[in-house]
Ligand binder design. Sequence first.
Ligand code: SF4
Length: 474
Amino acid sequence: MSFEFFGGTSPVDVGPVYEGERIRGKQMYIEFGGPKVEKHFELCRVNQDATDGKVTIIGPDIKDMEEGSSVPIGIHIEVAGPQLEEDLEAVFERRIHEFCNFVNGIMHLNQRYTNWMRLSKTAYEKGFDSLNILGAILIRLFKAELPIIEKAQVTFYTDAEKIKEPHAMAMKVYNARDERARGLHDEDVDMYYGCVLCQSFAPTHACCITPDRTSLCGSINWFDARAAAKVDPKGPLYEVPPGECLDAFAGEFSGVNDMIKKRSLGEISRIYLYSGMEFPHTSCGCFEAIDFFIPETGVGHGIIDRSHNGVALNGLPFSAMANQTGGGKQMPGFNGISIQYILSPKFQQYDGGIKMVVWMGKTVKDRIYELLPEDLRDKIATEEDVSDLNDLPAWLEKVKHPIIETEEYKAAVAGVEEEEEWEEEGAMMPVGTVGMTIPGVGGAGGFKVILKNCKIHAESIIIKKIESRRGKKK
Ligand code: SF4
């Protein structure tokens, strides 16, 4: 549909039908934010003095930008209305993702300080040559879709220098929101919340947001979800009564199971809130980080976030693991998470918790270093300490990581040594040995597939069932 706003008519159509549109590198005119750009953010704040309809651009506008370039972007939306409260800011902010994606010719990904947006060449050729157009569209959509917003103004920052101050201010706001959420735990409340905003990308995905489990996009905590469900009970965020607690340690609740069954249209029927290995929470594609199992350690995990450059300890970059993790499926061994959840005492407790994290990308570890348990933080390796999986056991022994005391780790290390001996005895070329783990489906422990002495054809394929050793209280 064509879209009219107070400044004129949009040169491109706008509507929910365009959500999910992909803009590849070759099709893009300009890229805003994303991994190639140092500073970028999007923020929504309540400001009762906002001037309705005002759009400000601080820095070059689209028509002044070089085709194919990646540029900074700060999107600061200020909203006003008598019923607005601070708790609603994060939820409004998350709608920036949805509303930008309504525009035919814009693809928006992620949130907060990882936002990433592309404008297509086609949209530019049709006349989408100014951020004023996007600002006017956002203002109109915010007011139309969220009627409690009476006034809205938008400021865009595209200048690499001038974005620094508002970026620092936005980081402060995100941190304050996260800090507040850390003081509350799942047992302190009698209501959880759900969110289906990402179903346009991952139709079987629904987030369950609890005090300990901030949404995996990192942008909606329990307080935010509660405020959103209160003002718009029929909206994308809704109440989830936890119901009967079926397993407190795993985080299984009858009400959460009922919710996921209904919202995934029967595709998924059980969720363990505190496990990435058995009946894990689904992941859409917006997760801040990935918690991944490292089978060679028996029970150890690694964590990588979006800002990580290069590969993780398992040899995979974030993008490859994200493909494996996302899409709304349950994928034991690969779990999309928020950074905030890593700091919860319930973090994957069913799998051994934070004590079984042996490796973290430096970007995520630097961010939460001070908040990690003091006796553990220097024992978790980053890519600067260990970049080759074969060197991990030596590191873990050196720092006396708690994993080395576990039966699972001892058995896994013994298994690797056994395989190496086998190769020596058989005088085979170790170069041809390939091991990989296939995660189980729907909560099973998975399989390890080892291809030995393979040159062109594999001479043997060993498929080992990995016995589940999880669910032990530590
Ligand atoms: S990741 Fe979850 S909480 Fe965040 S917008 Fe998507 S569905 Fe909602």
